[in-house]
Design a protein around this ligand. Sequence first.
Ligand code: ASP
Ligand code: MG
Length: 407
Amino acid sequence: MALVVQKYGGSSVGTIDRIRNVAGRLMDTQREGNRVIAVISAMSGVTDQLIGLAHQVMENPPERELDMLVSTGEQQSVALLCMAIAEMGGKAISLTGAQAGICTYGSHTRGRIGSISPGKIFEALNEGHIVVCAGFQGVAEDGDIHTLGRGGSDLSAIALAAAVKADICRIYTDVDGVYTCDPRVVREARKIPCLSYEEMLEMASSGSKVMQARSVELAKKYGVVFEVRNSMNNNSGTIVQEENSAMESLTVRGISIERNQARVTVSGITAPVAYTAIILTALAEAEINIDMIVANTAHDGRARQSFTMNMSELGAAQAALKGVLPMLGPEARLETEAGLAKLSVVGVGMRSNSGVAATVFRALADAGIVTGMIATSEIRISTTVEAADVERAARAVHAAFHLEQGS
Ligand code: ASP
Ligand code: MG
């Protein structure tokens, strides 16, 4: 008898019909002789709606109250799902994060899972229930509700799978798995049958929206093998696991796109060597997440430093940097550029194959695409391009690596 964790995202439970579909799938899985734990997101749009309501009341709602509010989205969906199972003659019980024993620490709206005590889950399984846990939430030591950051139900599912030592962990969503590129952008994109944790992590953090990046990190840490699948069919999905030699033979596995990028440049820096520390500290204190960093010294001894970030952070970044400009020299200036996108090419095979970057930039040049800032990791090459060019860029690079041929 296998112990199975299945996670269903917001779109998979977005309507009552879809909730019935998930109820049926969970009951089928149980009928096949498995013990079943489900982790469920709020119905699609509900979390955003709740956050919207909060902001109608006040501009900066207290984060404790935000957690109290948005965690109700998942409580709605788990209760509705258990009702749908009951209506179909099955036996299910819904649990909040606290009832499921998910203990968190850290700050409100960005809680972290510290430990899981699955006693109640096992009790309910032993009584023959399908156990339906609210994703995205846990309880702090002081009894307060924490949410786990946007997309946090993925994290709940992976953490639960690790804690109960599940035999199978499946993340159900509205696509068949992870693709070589977004099929809405590259029509020839293909489903990738198997990815390493690191590749999945690089893809998730460079714009492939299939899964929350933190949840992939956690899966890697605890060795949770999981499969991303479609909740509307029975096609096989993408299995994510430890790297193996078959993966290495393919240099490039996938291409991610991230839109809404902006660049900030501080130029005319004549301040002491510590200028990078001054700039980064100002941004860190304002809690701004920056992505790429490029620094260089011009021939006249003045330095420039550029960063990229999400468009939504641009205003705050400008404000934070204006405050430290005087420390960087009398002529230090800020320039900003919006309307950028980031293209990332990912694959563990890059480690052992040379010439990957050359192929990327040759393909982009041949397509007449101007590239900007470049950043790399061992298994990723990213470049900024004009937002208007990013789809063409993705198609050019996809073709250059023959990703349409599959693996
Ligand atoms: N409902 C939460 C969100 O929209 C968590 C999740 O869906 O994973 O971010
Ligand atoms: Mg999600």
